[in-house]
Write a protein that binds this ligand. Structure first.
Ligand code: F3S
Length: 380
């Protein structure tokens, strides 16, 4: 990959050893993916924030890097706990101390302590056509497909390096020629809110690294599209989908392969992601709930089961009256928090992504059901 003279100087250490390492990571990535050059970015979202996912090795890496400063607006992905109310979650002192050290290291680099996978619910809405370097998979697919921004699915170190340099290698989703729908999923039934999450998961499973096109969706709100993208990113790593009149740059190949989506197959995903029936906890907020979603959950809450809602700090601060069975946590989620150590054995959720990772990453059992059902008639 071509480097400008200034970039070469950074690589040679002109701005210190950490920025040299960051430039080395970007240059290596660029060479691997055949990028022609580095391009400037408007914002970064850094993952690898939870102590659960990065452990002691990640903590010491971040502390080593903590003296370098980011040069573009950079936000954090969820951490392993609510940064204020972590005791209420049952988090241990040891975990909390290490988690707070990670946050301190990132904060001292100039990264905002936003800790959310929905930065677009928290004031960071990249412009259509802008280049960004985001890393959380559902945020990436939302930014590409709904906002029309351009980002690859960055890893923790590559996002951090991009934030320190203000640039990212020009490959993948940064190139218009790769942002083209290739495999068509035909939907001929009306989708409920819950179906969007199931459909996303189904598409992720069958798209096989191709950019999916979805037909038959005439109208969808941002919450439904957020669920669709999260499901697709969980089962298949989809960075972008195309829906006519929704995806800003709807572009498809001439004769895409076609897959007819059968509602029965969506139901079978629900069955596959359900392997217990008596939940310790109902959780919402994967991806993080918007303020409107929380208000609706509170309004429709008819269960006395304990409900945990994960959201942004901004939304949490605005909710004043909360029913006694509901707890609202910010900065974290039920996948990157150490839920397996909190006595949770069976988690009920309306999110395919949450169910998928709760089973695979946290090794806990799950119930996958529509939000309305969970709020109404959960078995006690
Ligand atoms: Fe967000 Fe955690 Fe789900 S980061 S998309 S709430 S797994």
């Amino acid at each position: 990959m071509f480097l400008t003279k200034q970039e070469e100087k950074i690589l040679d250490g002109e701005l210190g050893p950490i920025k040299a390492k960051a430039m080395r990571i970007l240059a290596t990535l660029g060479d691997i993916f055949d990028a022609d050059k580095l391009i400037p970015i408007d914002s970064v979202q850094v993952s690898g924030v939870s102590y659960k996912t990065i452990g002691d090795a990640g903590l010491s890496f971040l502390e080593d890097w903590s003296h370098a400063k980011v040069v573009v607006e950079t936000r954090m992905n969820p951490a392993g706990m609510d940064l204020i109310n972590w005791k209420e979650m049952g988090i241990s002192e040891d975990f909390a101390n290490k988690q707070l050290r990670i946050i301190d290291a990132l904060t001292s680099m100039g990264i905002q302590k936003s800790c959310t996978c929905t930065p677009y619910h928290a004031g960071l809405i990249p412009a259509k056509g802008s280049h960004i370097a985001w890393s959380e998979s559902s945020a990436v697919v939302f930014a590409n497909s709904i906002l029309g921004a351009m980002t690859n699915r960055e890893g923790g170190p590559s996002a951090l390096s991009a934030a320190l340099i203000g640039k990212t290698p020009n490959y993948g989703m940064h190139l218009e020629r790769n942002r083209v729908g290739e495999i068509l999923f035909e939907v001929d039934f009306d989708l409920t809110d819950f179906d969007f999450s199931l459909l996303g998961y189904y598409i992720g499973k069958y798209a096989q690294n191709k950019i999916p096109i979805i037909s038959g969706i005439k109208k969808a709100n941002q919450i439904q599209l957020k669920s669709l993208g999260a499901g697709a990113a969980a089962s298949g790593g989809i960075p972008l989908f195309m829906i006519k009149n929704i995806t800003p740059e709807f572009r498809i190949i001439e004769k895409p392969e076609r897959i007819h989506v059968d509602h029965e197959e969506l139901i079978s995903i629900q069955e596959d992601l359900t392997n217990c029936d008596r939940p310790n906890i109902i959780s919402f907020g994967c991806p993080h709930c918007s303020l409107e979603e929380i208000e609706e959950i509170i309004q429709k809450n008819k269960t006395n089961k304990e409900i945990w809602i994960c959201t942004t700090k901004q939304a949490k601060e605005k909710i004043k009256a909360v029913p006694s069975n509901i707890k609202i946590f910010s900065d974290t989620c039920m996948v990157v928090a150490p839920v397996e150590k909190l006595g949770i054995e069976c988690l009920a959720t309306d999110s395919t992504k949450s169910a998928h990772y709760s089973q695979t990453l946290s090794q806990i059992k799950t119930i996958l059901k529509p939000r309305e059902e969970l709020l109404n008639d959960i078995k006690g």
